[in-house]
Design a protein around this ligand. Sequence first.
Ligand code: UDP
Length: 329
Amino acid sequence: MPRRFLVTGGAGFVGSHLVAALLARGDDVVVFDNLRTGHRGAVLPGAGFVQADLADAGAIDAMLAGGRWDAVFHFASLSLVGDSMREPMHYLAENSGNGLRLIDACIRHGVTRFVLSSTAALFGHPERIPIDEAARIDPGSPYGESKWMLERALLWADRIHGLRSAVLRYFNAAGADPDGRLGEDHRPETHLIPLVIDAALGRRPEIAVFGTDYDTPDGTCIRDYIHVTDLADAHLLALDRLDGGSVTYNLGSSHGHSVLEVIRAVERVTGRPVPVRLAGRRPGDPAALVAASARIARETGWTPRFQELDAIVRTALRWREAHPHGYAT
Ligand code: UDP
């Protein structure tokens, strides 16, 4: 019998790629998404789709009561650090409130496996790079805090109710489905790689580099860009690991790239120059975030397939060239 999964936020960037991975191995999938930031076009044919909001407890209950679920993947979330600094209570209430409602419903409906999208934003301004799972947690934003609250809730859900969870802390999700069916479509787009690609393609006048005076070799921020398909694969491996108990993994490529290195990679891959404007720092940005992903590699054998930044950029470029207006086209 195929396994059956519920994916909240399955119409979003990382969620849609996880749905693709589940469908590819023959699982049954239902996406639960309010389409506020997700896209109907990002839900591949073959997946079921329910347009509903996690604020609607009745909708969650109806969904979970509607059959046996092997696991619930929870992606649906507000995810912009900057917005969370402007509207902290909104972020905490929505992300943590919705997540708690979902966890509670899973417990009541006998779901035994839960996978949470968490974030490197838990680590604020880290003391050491690379960052492993034992690093000090000190969220640098209400966004990070909202995910930390859910990580803590899952700890108690496991201890008291036996709900096993995989907590996956993403560093910078990037790239696009290598088959060209799915990509990154945020509105407005705020992420570095799609914006630099647009600047290379002449779809925007320039890329603003946020800060050139960080304590890094070239003065710009360093991030760990991890391909979204590799992230999706990590979910499948982490899920299988739950038979042995709950797990927490930091997910990155373990390689850091500065903003200027990303710009050079896009120039190499597109063969076009990128107009750059040096700008001030963006509030809340730490100088460097790089994952130590040795734990998941050791425990599950996860090895990212996209090891080179250029290869990640190539997949993002392919989708963006083919979809100048995102999922609208
Ligand atoms: N960044 C930038 N210009 C932009 C967008 C982002 O210089 O127009 C920088 C940002 O300051 C950060 C890095 O690129 O250091 C990655 O930012 P992004 O928003 O993609 O992801 P985040 O690290 O905030 O999750």
